[in-house]
Design a protein around this ligand. Structure first.
Ligand code: IDP
Ligand code: MG
Length: 149
């Protein structure tokens, strides 16, 4: 089992796409273990995106992610990190696979709707940034045996 952090970014919230994005992961079969609606502070954004500090798009990225409320989720499942990334599509919407969130619903790299962790290390770090342990719910789903082999 793997856990991953997933965010519907401010453009997704403003465009009324929280449900659409959540629904794609939910219908795929990942199990929701954390969910909150919040606004990311510049301090939290700096921690989250520290890996991009110094890049040309860093200031715009911090402005974007803090520009309005976001929906933050933790999802669980076998290979959850890669599965969520696949459902999201590539960073640049023009290169995202057809059927992915970014290909179907986004146009620009700086308005690409969603965030997803990209490795087990970043997933653990990012989940820790957004969810204290007691806000994560470990549970069995009635449908698990029909989705997880
Ligand atoms: P990811 O979100 O697919 O993991 P990262 O490379 O981690 O992509 O970049 C984080 C975010 O920074 C992207 O989702 C996108 O919003 C923004 N970003 C990345 N590269 C660029 C760029 O070249 N121009 C503008 N924004 C970018
Ligand atoms: Mg990334």
């Amino acid at each position: 089992m793997e856990r991953t952090l997933f965010i519907v970014k401010p453009d997704g919230v403003q465009r009324g796409l929280i449900g659409e994005c959540l629904s794609r992961l939910e219908r795929r079969g990942l199990r929701l273990v954390g969910l909150k609606f919040m606004q990311i502070t510049p301090e939290l954004a700096a921690k989250h995106y520290a890996v991009h500090l110094g890049k040309s798009f860093y200031e715009k990225l911090i402005g974007y992610i803090t520009s309005g409320p976001v929906a933050v989720m933790a999802w669980e499942g076998p290979n959850a990190i890669a599965l969520a990334r696949q459902t999201m599509g590539a960073t640049a919407p023009g290169q995202a696979a057809p059927g992915s969130i970014r290909a179907d619903l986004a146009v620009e790299i700086g308005r690409n709707l969603v965030h997803g962790s990209d490795s087990p290390e970043t997933a653990a770090f990012e989940i820790g940034l957004y969810f204290p342990e007691d806000e994560l719910v470990s549970w069995k789903r009635e449908t698990d045996k029909w989705i997880f082999e």
